[in-house]
Ligand binder design. Structure first.
Ligand SMILES: NC(=O)c1ccc[n+]([C@@H]2O[C@H](COP(=O)([O-])OP(=O)(O)OC[C@H]3O[C@@H](n4cnc5c(N)ncnc54)[C@H](O)[C@@H]3O)[C@@H](O)[C@H]2O)c1
Length: 251
């Protein structure tokens, strides 16, 4: 198989989610070896089996991004089975919609643990193997809600803002050490994360109304941004924020 990621190995967290599956499928088509990681064994195994049937080299791993020992196991697996890791895509995420006063301490802690701590733990644990690649790429998933305020989703916005700056400081730290680090900022994307909202409100959902293109994006419209940052085509790109939002933050 030859493609834009031939010879590279990628680990994707949140791989069975909407954007995760689209990214895993595209990376597999472009020739990457893959470790698909998510919370649920069965769905992760099924995704891996589907990609294998299409000819990709894929391993499935159960990884809760909050758990350091899960990260150790996943990186150890990459090292033993592939002998390398070139790409880390931190996609695992959870949302919580309430604003400042209605956010509970438990929900705040849960969202921070997954979106923010999970992203840092992933980079921390994977970095030695990524550095050994000599030509590696980390892609962290922020959001348009890591760039602008919405007046809601207090915990989510705080974590996505943190991911944006964590990405930039990591980009500076590793700029001469063979690892590029960038963030992707999706707008409204039709995935299980926001499906209830879209089912209830359809095109009248407030963020869609604020999106100049007046529609939600599809996961397959985010995956190519991941691919660009993962591939050598972005060899001079580090510390950037790649916004894919139908124009939502343009006004
Ligand atoms: N859908 C959108 O509109 C949108 C917009 C901006 C940013 N994002 C971000 O994109 C990323 C992917 O989201 P999606 O839209 O595909 O949502 P999704 O709900 O379809 O996928 C999220 C995945 O993360 C996994 N996950 C949750 N907690 C985890 C944990 N502790 N450990 C490991 N995996 C865990 C879930 O099992 C799920 O598979 C998220 O970081 C999300 O915040 C989504």
């Amino acid at each position: 198989m030859s493609g834009r990621l031939t010879g590279k190995v990628a680990l994707i967290t949140g791989a069975t989610g909407g954007i995760g599956q689209a990214t895993a499928e595209l990376f597999a088509r472009e020739g990457a070896g893959l470790i698909v990681a998510d919370l649920d064994h069965d769905t992760t195994d099924k995704l891996a089996a589907r990609l294998k049937a299409e000819g990709a080299e894929v391993l499935a791993v159960r990884l809760d991004v909050r758990a350091p020992e899960n990260w150790d196991e996943a990186i150890d697996l990459a090292s033993r089975r592939f002998g390398r890791l070139d790409i880390l895509v931190n996609l695992a995420g959870v949302v919580d919609w309430p604003g400042i006063e209605d956010t509970t301490k438990d929900d705040w802690d849960r969202v921070v643990a997954v979106n923010q701590t999970g992203t840092w733990l992933g980079m921390k644990t994977a970095m030695p193997l990524l550095r050994a690649s000599g030509n590696a790429s980390v892609i962290n998933t922020s959001s348009v809600l890591g760039l602008i305020g919405s007046g809601a989703a207090a915990a989510y916005q705080a974590t996505k803002g943190a991911v944006r700056l964590l990405t930039k400081t990591a980009a500076v730290e590793y700029a001469t050490r063979g690892v590029r680090v960038n963030s992707v900022h999706p707008g409204v994307v039709a995935t299980p994360m926001i499906q209830d909202l879209l089912d209830e409100q359809g095109d009248q959902q407030s963020d869609i109304l604020r999106t100049p293109m007046r529609r939600a994006g599809g996961p397959d419209e985010i995956a190519p941004a991941m691919l660009f940052l993962a591939s050598d085509e972005s060899s001079f790109v580090t510390g950037t924020e790649l916004v894919v939002d139908g124009g939502l933050t343009a006004h």
